[in-house]
Design a protein around this ligand. Sequence first.
Ligand code: PEP
Length: 244
Amino acid sequence: MRQLIAGNWKMNGLSAEAAAIVTPLRAGATGLACDLLVCPPFTQIAAVASLLAGSVVAVGGQDCHVNDKGAHTGDISAAMLRDAGATWVILGHSERRQDHHETDALIQAKTKAAIAGGLTPIVCVGETEAQRNTAEHNQVVGAQLAGSLPPGFAGVVAYEPVWAIGTGKTATEDDVAAMHLFIRTTLVQQLGPNGEAIRILYGGSVRPANAGSLLAVPHVGGALVGGASLKAEDFLGIAKAAKV
Ligand code: PEP
């Protein structure tokens, strides 16, 4: 299974910054052994999609609404993302679960809307530091998978321990191995044999220096990268570490 290296720019990227990331990214992306995706803020999606047109780098959004259109001020639908040039969308990121009080049920509804709208969803799960310290991580992630993934889910899951996001701390390879095996087993229980084919990304302070060891862990199908995706050189450094 080809690994996917996905960049989550979060609320970063004015026009000049977006161009400064994707221009060298486009040039450096050919011939890599992995799939590449960038998820800029909504305002940059059309421009980034145009700069990357015809390249191997795909473009995604960072959220979408459950409805196609209507009276939802400030929201963006899957159809709008597609129209702007996106083919992917990140859903249920821990920052949205926290800042916007997104529940598993809402994330499941968004996931259905994304698939119906022709986008491939990346559904994020992960425990907080307190939950890890009280050994509740499997229970928490299991409940998130059960609640957030619709029946017949076809997409990508990202395991992102909340305490590792943007902190410089990464989960140990043993912890990543144990959690990714747990997620794989849960996906197969939930989805049947199709659960074997779902890529499970690791996210949380992935950098060029630690990417090789994290991407070599069994059942790691790629990385969801925040901070390091804002520099083309670092993002490409992570992509070059992808397992063939
Ligand atoms: C993320 O935003 O999903 C993330 C993993 O961020 P960082 O790589 O900065 O920890």
